[in-house]
Write a protein that binds this ligand. Structure first.
Ligand code: EPU
Length: 335
């Protein structure tokens, strides 16, 4: 295990923000992670996955830990399911591609999401009617504060919309080493999300391979490629409001899109709120709102975290003023 000094972080975050890390440590085994926890007990650390959902706000004075544990192993199998033990450092979409090639269903709707396997449970990545939490059996890792290993079951992960125990009680104290997934060998295409259903209706097949292809097409047509234009995917979460608040809004804006939630609240697409405020495609300094998916903020080249946050702040206050709804950031600020 090697400590690298003064690392330029631009290549390690999809927003393409320039910042410097005082130290970076790459770990390739649970043993590495455990020893590191003991060595860094009193240091400031940040655990970095693919860097696709973060905004570096200035230089980082501590240690950036990069778990690069690899490997995909079948740990159980029967006629119905297969259980896989997957290293946190595996690339998310390469892993999804492998499962789809084997005709193991459950992750195909999460195709092309950038990032690593180890980051997937943290914010319970979700898209097109699927959330990773539903395919996870358990998450393994090491507690940074004690160096003790842990196994957290799906129930204990308390997965919610872009949420889990790793963003709450275990925040900053869990280095995820492996994720265990259970997938079905008798996959049924999940076409609950309207754009996927429409795309699939033009095909005469309902295989998960076709679902993956269509989702890749949809994502490529709507979302900017971070390699071309720096961004961190959805910058905000879709707000959830009580039914009575939503009814008041609908009375004023009859076209407002919505998704009812099991608890009676209503989810409103932040993209629509931002669009209605006239921000779609607009720039402020070197930061801009994407011209197709306004939920995504982009780096037009050379933007600083300050540029991005200034734009985000204006959007939050405009949405609040027009709709009375508070947008919350989905991207994690690292300082
Ligand atoms: N909309 C507008 N104007 C626009 C674009 C969209 O009003 O210019 C409205 C439309 O009503 C549309 C709605 O926004 O129906 C929803 O848009 P979309 O289907 O693109 O999904 P989203 O709710 O904006 C979420 C996730 C995405 C995920 C998609 C697909 C969050 C924060 N974002 O976006 O996740 O890919 O659904 O399931 O939940 C990410 O997390 O980085 C991400 C990209």
């Amino acid at each position: 295990m090697e400590v690298i000094k003064k690392v330029a972080l631009k290549a390690y975050n999809s927003f393409g923000i320039s910042a410097l890390a005082e130290n970076m440590v790459v770990c390739s085994s649970t043993y590495d992670v455990t020893s590191l926890c003991h060595a860094l007990r009193n240091e400031k650390v940040y655990i970095l996955g693919g860097g696709n959902n973060i905004l570096f706000d200035g230089d980082f004075a501590g240690y950036i830990i990069k778990p690069e544990i690899k490997g995909i192993e079948i740990t159980a199998e029967d006629d119905e399911t297969v259980t896989l033990h997957v290293g946190a450092g595996e690339d998310w979409d390469a892993f999804v591609e492998y499962t789809v090639k084997n005709d193991w269903g459950g992750l195909e709707n999460l195709s092309l999401i950038p990032g690593t396997v180890g980051a997937s449970p943290v914010q319970n990545i979700g898209a097109y009617g699927a959330e990773v939490g539903n395919a996870i059996v358990s998450v393994e890792g090491v507690r940074l504060s004690t160096g003790q290993t842990f196994v957290v079951s799906r129930e204990e992960c308390r997965f919610g919309y872009r949420d889990s125990i790793f963003k709450n009680e275990m925040k900053g104290d869990a280095i995820i080493t492996y994720v265990n997934f259970r997938l079905t060998k008798k996959p049924v295409a999940n076409i609950s999300y309207a754009p996927v259903r429409e795309a699939m209706s033009r095909r005469n097949t309902e295989t998960i391979q076709a679902v993956r292809e269509e989702i890749i097409n949809i994502r490529n047509s709507k979302l900017p490629d971070p390699k071309v234009q720096g961004n961190a995917g959805s910058f905000f979460k879709n707000p959830e409001v009580p039914a009575e608040v939503f009814e008041r809004l609908r009375a004023e804006y009859p076209g407002i899109p919505s998704f009812p939630l099991a608890n009676g609240d209503v989810k409103i697409p932040a993209a629509w709120l931002i669009d209605q405020c006239g921000w779609k495609g607009k720039a402020l300094g070197k930061a801009a709102v994407h011209h197709i998916q306004p939920l995504v903020l982009v780096n037009n080249g050379g933007a600083t975290a300050g540029d991005i946050l200034a734009l985000a702040g204006k959007i939050i206050s405009d949405v609040k003023e027009k709709f009375g709804v508070e947008l919350a950031m989905e991207v994690n600020l690292v300082r």
